[in-house]
Design a protein around this ligand. Structure first.
Ligand code: GLY
Length: 406
């Protein structure tokens, strides 16, 4: 068990490469920041330009159509903060503070689990990097709203992912993405010394493990629960190829969430599950470093990649290497994570003069949004992974794992 990343089998060459990529990231972030005005980047469009949205765009129903709102805005604050961490330049911190003020209002959005993504990538690192309680207060307000999304059934409790809880459409459904949002609750439990946040996250992780993970260790994107019994009524997808397919980013969110849940609860079963989910992912990669957007996509669609999924998994496996109590397993997962990250730096980092960091992300193939371009979440988790190697403990607290050996 180690607090630093000393168990990571990283070479000097890899460290230098990752540091150079963080230099280039800071240059690109500075250039883009000046062009955004009060809006925030979402995905790059077919013309290579960022599509931009205001932070105030909340999640909500318009008739039967659900809008996710702007769940991307916190990631940009996170990129400004990582650029400050890496370069030490004050301008990045000034920009991050100004942007945090624009994003802050979303901490009170009662309609979406995405407040986890928004504030775990912005206010949590903002507090860690600066020590300023203003950031922590914002993150805690968002954690309260996320914890309030807990729906209790006879079979356990889960966090409903989308919609007002008074609306049965939202109340009865959860998504695998929510596993990655638990980070905000774990942070709040530690920061406020209030175990209720951890209980909520742990309950969600337990129920998700039962309802979302198929017998081959692939995962459903979404599950509809029977509200009283908590039984799974159906597993389905919004962004995958079909309901029973293996949407690669969903698998990535699951791996990421169970590594964090293992570290924060000390439950060995979560680490074992994270390893099974990662084994499935590596098996389906079949020697590649970047997955297709859906492992079960066919024909020409199977050629569309998702570098965002690769970045999320790389970050998760580098963390798995840090928290794994077995040295051999830690080395194995560290090697996988580093190889994925190196491939992203060498093959997928966008050319100079282009916007965004990682090419070939895929936000939503079925909706035709953000296919074959950069996505804010892909870029953020890529940089998080780089920081885990180059600046361990710089971006977030390095929570001590207490996971027993098998
Ligand atoms: N909603 C998270 C995702 O698109 O992966």
């Amino acid at each position: 068990m180690s607090l630093s990343n000393s168990s990571l089998p990283v070479t000097d060459e890899q460290k230098q490469l990752f540091s150079r990529i963080l230099d280039r990231t800071a240059d690109r972030v500075a250039a883009d920041e000046l062009g955004f005005g009060v809006e925030f980047p979402q995905v790059t469009g077919p013309d290579g330009e960022w599509v931009r949205l205001p932070a105030s765009l909340s999640a909500g129903y318009d008739g039967d159509a659900w809008s996710h709102g702007n769940w991307f805005c916190g990631f940009w604050v996170g990129l400004l903060l990582t650029s400050h961490l890496h370069t030490g330049e004050a301008r990045f911190l000034e920009w991050a503070r100004a942007r945090m003020r624009l994003v802050e209002q979303r901490a009170h959005d009662p309609n979406t689990h995405d407040i986890g993504f928004i504030f775990d990538s912005s206010a949590v690192p903002g507090h860690h990097v600066t020590g300023d309680a203003w950031f922590a207060d914002i993150a805690l307000a968002a954690a309260d709203k996320l914890r309030a999304r807990l729906v209790t059934t006879r079979a356990g409790a889960y966090l409903a992912s989308w919609g007002p809880l008074s609306d049965p459409r939202g109340r009865s459904a959860s998504a695998i993405d929510t596993m990655a949002n638990l980070s905000l609750l774990y942070w709040a439990a530690n920061y406020a010394d209030d175990g209720s946040y951890r209980h909520a996250a742990d309950a969600h992780a337990e129920m998700t493990a039962r309802a979302f993970v198929r017998s081959d260790d692939s995962t459903y994107h979404a599950v509809e629960y029977a509200l009283e019994s908590g039984a799974r009524k159906r597993g389905y997808t919004f962004q995958g190829a079909f309901d029973e397919s293996a949407w690669s980013r969903g698998q990535a969110w699951a791996i990421y969430g169970y590594v964090n849940s293992a570290r924060e609860t000390g439950k060995r079963a979560y680490l074992d599950l994270a390893e099974r989910l990662a084994d499935y992912y590596v098996r389906r990669l079949d020697g590649r470093h970047v997955p297709p957007w859906d492992f079960d996509a066919s024909g020409r669609e199977a050629e569309i990649k998702d570098t965002a999924a690769a970045a999320i998994v790389a970050s998760a496996l580098i963390e798995m290497a840090r928290v794994h109590p077995d040295a051999q397993s830690a080395q194995k997962w560290g090697r996988h994570g580093l190889a994925m990250l190196e491939a992203l730096c060498r093959d997928e980092f966008t050319k100079d003069g282009q916007h965004g960091l990682l090419h070939n992300s895929c936000y939503s193939k079925p909706h035709g949004i953000g296919v074959d371009g950069a996505t804010m979440f892909g870029d953020f988790f890529f940089v998080e992974a780089l920081c885990r190697v180059v600046h361990p403990g710089g971006l977030r607290p390095l929570d001590a794992p207490h996971i027993p050996l098998a």
